[in-house]
Each structure stands twice: as C-alpha cells, then as structure tokens.
Design a protein around this ligand. Structure first.
Ligand code: DC
Length: 223
C-alpha cells in the first residue's frame, strides 16, 4: 500500500520548494506533475510544433517518453532519455505550458504517466489537479495559496537568481494568464477540493510553511 500526499495550488505558492524539502526530510518520493506538461511543451518547441496545432501534438504523444528519478531528494527529469531538468524551466517553456496542458488528450496521457510514476511508492505530488483528479483519495490533501503579487515576486526573484532576463511586470502577467487558464480548463481545472486543508503562504516563510505541512502529514502518517 502506498501513502499519497497531494498538494495543489497556483504558480508561485511555494509548492515546488516545499515538496522538495518535505520529500527529503520525510523520505517521500517527489513527483513534480507540472514537469510532465513542461516536457510536452519542450518537445513541441524542439520539434517546431505550434501550440495551436492540437492535432499534431496529440499525434506526437506516443513519441513522448517521460521519466523521473529521485536521488538524495534531488529530482531529474528525462524526456526520451535526455536529462531536461533545467531545459523545462526556461521562459519559453513556461510561456506555452499552460496552453499545452489544456489539451484534453495531453492531460489524459500525462495523468497516466503521473499515476504510473507513483505506483506502489510513498509519494508527495504537487500540481493543479492532484487532490481532485489524479489522486482524489490521497491520504493527505492540501491546497496552497498566496496573494498574486507575492507569488509574482517570488517567481521574479527565483528567475533573477538564475540570471534570466525578465521584468517583474512580465512575470506578474504570466502568472495572471496562467491562473486564468489553469482555473478554466475543461478537465483538471485548478480548484480547491472539498476535503483539502487550505494553507495560505502569503505571510509565511518557507520554514514556517514546511513545518505546518509536515505537521499535517505526520498527524495522518504517524511520525
Ligand atoms: O507547476 P508548474 O509551473 O511546473 O506547472 C506547469 C504548468 O502545468 C502550469 O501552467 C499548469 C500545468 N499543470 C497542470 O495543468 N496540472 C498539474 N497537475 C500540474 C501542472
């Protein structure tokens, strides 16, 4: 029997950071579901497939092989055998990923990938539809949220640290667009599951959020 911690929320709430830390500290396998959609987006860019060409994207799904490995809490993402861990975080990928992830057939294929990656393991998974669609019966269900400007600020700092050339306004606009798109998806839209625990991270430090969520998990799992 596997133990599943599911975390959803919009971009920039700290889901990725928190999930990574908790994965290391609690020995849970981290499955970044957004990375699966980012791989599809990267595949489109590298193969000159226009995001608007839905049919071509769907036709290419069988050619997209995604794998993830967790070593010492660090996650490596593979697309058709190539390590694309960094490549999937570029602004070019970020710009089109929400649109790619809105395609129904892409969602069905990626949810299959995500469920297979979790098979038989104790996992912590973060995304947009984990608590509602991928694992609605997860042992722990959390919705992380934060004020929009604070989220844009966090993303902006993160991107600056990586040396990416982008303005705060561009980051905020991208977040607003993605939020809208993520909430209006036909399938797998971002919403708060009825039985999810709501965690507002706007005024909390990473350490505070981590301790809060660890406490919620420990209560369910036993220390
Ligand atoms: O969490 P992220 O920024 O890496 O996610 C990338 C995109 O993928 C984001 O725009 C929403 C989408 N996504 C999704 O639709 N469902 C998920 N479970 C995870 C991400």
């Amino acid at each position: 029997m596997s133990f599943i911690v599911a975390i959803d929320g919009p971009a920039g709430t700290g889901k990725g950071t928190i999930t990574k830390l908790i994965s290391k500290e609690m020995g849970l396998v981290n499955i970044d579901t957004g990375a699966t959609y980012r791989c599809v987006a990267l595949y489109c860019i590298e193969n000159n497939i226009n995001v608007a060409d839905t049919e071509k994207i769907i036709d290419n799904l069988p050619n997209i092989n995604i794998d993830m490995k967790n070593e010492n809490g660090e996650q490596t993402v593979y697309l058709n055998g190539e390590d694309v861990t960094s490549k999937i975080r570029t602004p070019e990928v970020t710009k089109i990923v929400s649109e790619v992830s809105s395609i129904k057939e892409v969602r069905f294929a990626m949810v299959d990938v995500q469920r297979n990656l979790a098979l038989g393991k104790d996992v912590i998974m973060e995304g947009r539809d984990i608590t509602t669609y991928v694992f609605p019966n997860a042992d722990v269900k959390i919705y992380m949220d934060a004020d929009e400007v604070e989220r844009a600020n966090r993303r902006y700092k993160e991107m600056q640290e990586k040396g990416m050339e982008i303005t705060f306004e561009e980051v905020l606009e991208n977040i607003q667009k993605r939020d809208k798109n993520d909430k209006e998806k036909e399938i797998g839209a971002l919403k708060i599951a009825e039985d999810a625990i709501y965690v507002d991270t706007t005024k909390l430090t990473i350490e505070e959020v981590k301790e809060k969520i660890k406490g919620i998990i420990e209560e369910k799992r036993g220390k």
